[in-house]
Design a protein around this ligand. Sequence first.
Ligand code: AHR
Length: 613
Amino acid sequence: AITVDPADKGAKIDDTMYGVFFEDINRAADGGLYAELVQNRSFEYSTDDNTAYTPLTSWTVAGAAQVVNDDGRLNARNRNYLSLSAGSAVTNAGYNTGVHVEAGKKYDFSVWARAEAGTALSVALTDTDGSLAAARQAAVKGGWAQYKATFTATRTSSTGRLTVAASDAAALDMVSLFPRDTYKHEPNGLRTDLAEKVAALHPGFVRFPGGCLVNTGSMQDYSEASGYQRKRSYQWKDTVGPVETRATNSNVWGYNQSYGLGYYEYFRLAEDIGAMPLPVVPALVTGCGQNRAVDDDALLKRHIQDTLDLIEFANGPVTSTWGKLRARMGHPKPFHLTHIEVGNEENLPVEFFARFQQFRTAIDAKYPYMTVISNSGPDDAGSTFDTAWRLNRDADVDMVDEHYYNSPQWFLQNNDRYDTYSRSGPEVFLGEYASGGNAFKNGLAEAAYMTGLERNADVVKLASYAPLFANEDYVQWRPDMVWFNNHASWSSADYEVQKLFMTNVGDRVVPSTATGTPSLTGPISGAVGLSTWNTTAAYDDVKVTDADGNTLLSDDFSGDAGQWTHTGTGSWAVQDGQYVQTAEAAENTMVSAGDPNWHDYDLRVKATKKSGR
Ligand code: AHR
């Protein structure tokens, strides 16, 4: 029986409680939310981004062309350009299967070009069946200038190619093709279907730009003095101003980020969808496996000043240095930033906190209205987490970000997690969580868990599932909430759950009590789960059945072991029809990785043997 007392007013639930976390992972930005159709438009791809990359990745050359890095460049932060010989052409392959265009729609082409002696440029949009739009021509003469043309697609295709041909020698940079129909028709805008999926959630906030993206890599800037370093942490000043002056960067997830989708565009997105912007800045410690505290006081001061400048960029008057840039970019009105997070999932809590306090002091002094969010590291338990929480609590920090990725069972079993959190300590921002799959059972477990968040809305103030997006052909992390390729997008059960909660945020918790013990049967909690089904280190004929004897999952390891992953030490491989431990491990847990054909069960098999076969 459930008893509800409507007179007994429980915690107030803020409208901003449920939000989204956007990180440029799984090509969520370039080749994703950022509507640019040309891949590697400024010839900046590098082996620093990905060992398979060259400055001509995604381009093919007919005739002669080379990427040049010399004083003839477009500007100091855009190092490379293409030198195209007379009578030659370059073709871009876009993302996934190619450039996607839809019949009747307009596409805006632009290029920066230089041809002292003059050249005719011819631009064509084609696929293997022929032309996709009438070709366009431009007469180029003199130094660097931008040339523009508009295509109207005559056919729909997802395998388009964009070709730029020159009659005479020319230098090219920033070769770009945008759909006219970006979200809200913004220039340098976002892909409509993906932005609409985010907007349909009515998120209370947008946390951006990461994630590990923020707190990994060098903390240096992109300048001559620091040797134009790549593999930099995400630094907001790299990502604003005219796109051709934005320094591209290596992305920790193994590709290049153009920063065409930068801080201005994030703020604009948040505003367009009525969400509170919530940026994350690096705290001069690296995490996500890199785990290094940067001891450089001048650099720390520079990053603290950058953070103050970011607040000025968002909120400052148009007469201020950074407010003026915001106005020049098209937004004289402020973006009303109220929350900022310093550091992401920091696993050096002591070193992080010493730096966090310096950021916090400086922000509080200049912008006392800002909520400065700290974090509690990568785990939901253990000494790192405990130390982080102790430091945050002792210093009376406003809000602490927690992250955890766990099984559906864990989410079901930990619904009461926040019931015992202190009401006098920092508030909680659950910045990243997911239950390890995109199946219905995951959505269900997350929904159940969210009732526990909501019940504790007096202490859990913000919550966002993670990650938001994945391009199906470039995946570094799963599960993800929304999937896409170059022409379609689709959402998961987790998305539907988030939407359900975000579009039905209550005003207050109505306390209720239940009697009786709910029992869960079936695959979510019962038939499988962590088991010691086999304690030897070699497996064959794995078979899981439910209570009725139906086979839920089986594998004779005659092929590969694609659906299995391991946590723990040691390594594993399929050999002679057995799944074997090939390097010593004290303990290992093997988990089915969620192939939907295998019903997405979390079979966990614990191997405790110490040696190999
Ligand atoms: O959401 C994916 C990653 O998970 C984030 O980048 C990081 O913060 C966490 O480890």
